[in-house]
Ligand binder design. Structure first.
Ligand code: SF4
Length: 302
């Protein structure tokens, strides 16, 4: 049985923040309904309700890191969607981090598009001015059909609007794409619409993840009953290839495959320059008989 944990305990953080100072700001996720996600629903042995921590408690944590000389590290403001908190509260925290910890190269957090759309341009600029550098957002798919089926609670147009407003405010964005999220039925739509949304936003970074279905998520039962099919390894790579191939010429994003779920590890610091190399490498993988015969495993521990 999953244990309910308080908001000062951290359940997940992006792999890229593995060596960062992690400061819990919110607990849980204000939405918590995505069918593929069990982060706060017990898949890691814990559940956590959505809550915004008190400013006083967050500042005490920052003080502790300062007293222990955690200077010079990136800082990740933890929780499913800290940008759901009031802007003044977030500005206060970010300014406090900058005042107490020296030489912080980056301050980041997760964000949801609807949280961003609720804030004015003035508020987003205030977050940038305080020193929020980058947010990690789950686009997952550009297909509204898939987003609706997966109960993402947002749509492509909201993501485009939120992404553009963040970039205009001076905050970088890193978007996650989940390969295989539309299964075979919506694979073509997933590719087409994801490439369209990425082209519209031209995010600072986008990152691929491969769908794995965790026990305890709503998607688990559907997969177990055979109603939802996981794409084969090679079909996941084909989706990735086609998304890259269909990007508009304007897209200059960095692209990362920095997750254990992926079947290839290639990366780019500018996909506009590396697109052809990226596609050639993916074609090499796709045409490799070993990859073609590789059986799909569903990872339940990542
Ligand atoms: S994917 Fe993100 S928005 Fe969806 S339930 Fe999980 S934490 Fe919340």
């Amino acid at each position: 049985m999953a244990i309910k944990i308080p908001p000062d305990q951290i359940v997940i953080r992006p792999p890229v923040e593995a060596y960062s100072v992690l400061i819990p700001v919110t607990g849980g996720c204000a939405w918590n309904k995505c069918r593929f996600c069990g982060t706060y629903k017990g898949v890691y042995g814990v559940t956590q309700n959505y809550a915004i921590r008190s400013l006083e408690d967050v500042k005490k944590d920052i003080d502790k890191y300062a007293e222990s000389n955690y200077h010079g590290f990136p800082v990740f403001l933890a929780g499913g969607n800290p940008t759901s908190a009031p802007t003044d509260y977030l500005v206060d925290i970010i300014e406090y981090v900058r005042a107490k910890l020296r030489n912080v190269p980056r301050i980041s957090c997760y964000a949801k598009s609807l949280d961003i759309l609720r804030k004015s341009d003035y508020e987003l600029k205030a977050l940038a001015k305080a020193g929020l550098d980058i947010v990690y957002m789950g686009l997952e798919s550009g297909s509204n059909t898939i987003l609706r089926i997966m109960k993402k609670g947002t749509n492509a147009e909201s993501m485009i609007k939120a992404g553009k407003r963040m970039l205009n405010a001076g905050i970088m964005i890193s978007l996650y794409i989940i390969l295989g999220l539309g299964s075979y039925k919506y694979s073509e739509e997933h590719v087409r619409e994801t490439a369209r949304v990425l082209t519209e936003i031209n995010p600072t970074i986008f990152r691929f993840r491969t769908l794995n279905i965790l026990p305890g998520t709503p998607l688990w039962d559907e997969w177990k009953s055979g109603d939802f099919k996981l794409l084969s390894p090679v079909e996941n790579l084909k989706e990735e290839r086609e998304i890259i191939a269909k990007l508009g010429e304007n897209v200059t994003s960095q692209v990362f495959n920095d997750h254990v779920s992926n079947y290839c590890a290639i990366e780019s610091s500018n996909i506009q320059e590396d697109r052809e190399k990226f596609i050639l490498t993916l074609d090499f993988y796709i045409n490799n008989p070993k990859m073609q015969n590789l059986q799909r495993k569903n990872l339940t521990r990542m």
